[in-house]
Design a binder for this molecule. Structure first.
Ligand SMILES: [Fe+2]
Length: 231
């Protein structure tokens, strides 16, 4: 992706989260000088990759297939330093903006519509061989069990949530004409580098073309901007 495009997406998200009164922690707005002055204090943020995350899943077409996320909290699996066993994210999902078919081997996650439009989620059950099956999938929707046919769509309205167990395969997008969706995620500790199984080959993190300075660093920028210079 081009940095100028990422900056614009982050600007839109700042606006969108404010409109929905979802307030972000201070590190969302750190400038490069803030990070460099607070390197020791902010070690947890950097080590765990908290903060802004923009992806097109390797397609380069954010509006069609992409996602903006902000990781608010996370831990590291079986780590003494970061023993937190839970994680939380907030996301902005546009109308018809697809997050492609995937499941998680280990993570159990609740996906929550926290406001805006409706979230359309297509559902499948994956087998032990990591391939989709045509079996039905039973999920807890706000504490009530519901069974879905393979490929059936769940419409999550504002306030509603679904709980995904491992191997529950999901693809989601915002419903057209309903506006972008503020989507929350509350989950077990999460490793986005190792626990996303995409049904079709995807890249979770895009490469970056630096055509302007970053507005705010993405979690995938910390290595490049903060660790490499050794300050
Ligand atoms: Fe997921």
């Amino acid at each position: 992706m081009k940095r100028s495009e990422v900056n614009q997406i982050v600007r839109n998200a700042v606006d969108f989260f404010r409109r929905h009164q979802f307030l972000l922690p201070p590190f969302a707005y750190y400038e490069l000088s803030d990070w460099r002055n607070r390197l020791a204090a902010s070690r947890e943020i950097i080590d765990l990759g908290l903060g802004w995350d923009v992806t097109t899943f390797g397609t380069g077409d954010f509006a069609r297939e992409g996602l903006l996320l902000f990781t608010l909290r996370n831990g590291r699996f079986q780590s003494r330093e970061y023993p937190k066993v839970y994680a939380e994210k907030i996301m902005m999902v546009g109308e018809n903006q697809i997050t492609p078919q995937h499941f998680h081997w280990h993570k159990q996650e609740d996906i929550i519509n926290r406001g805006g439009g409706n979230l359309l989620i297509e559902l499948w059950k994956a087998g032990a061989d990591d391939k989709l099956t045509d079996e039905p999938l039973t999920l807890s929707i706000d504490g009530e069990l519901r069974t879905f046919r393979s490929g059936e769509t769940l419409r999550l309205r504002p306030g509603e949530s679904v709980s995904f167990t491992p191997y529950s395969t999901h693809r989601f997008r915002g419903e057209p004409k309903c506006g972008p969706v503020l989507v929350g995620e509350v989950s077990m500790v999460n490793d986005d580098h190792a626990d996303n199984c995409f049904i079709e080959k995807k890249d979770r993190f895009d490469s970056m073309e630096e055509d302007e300075a970053p507005l705010y660093l993405l979690c995938s920028d910390y290595d490049k901007f903060l660790k490499a210079d050794g300050k």
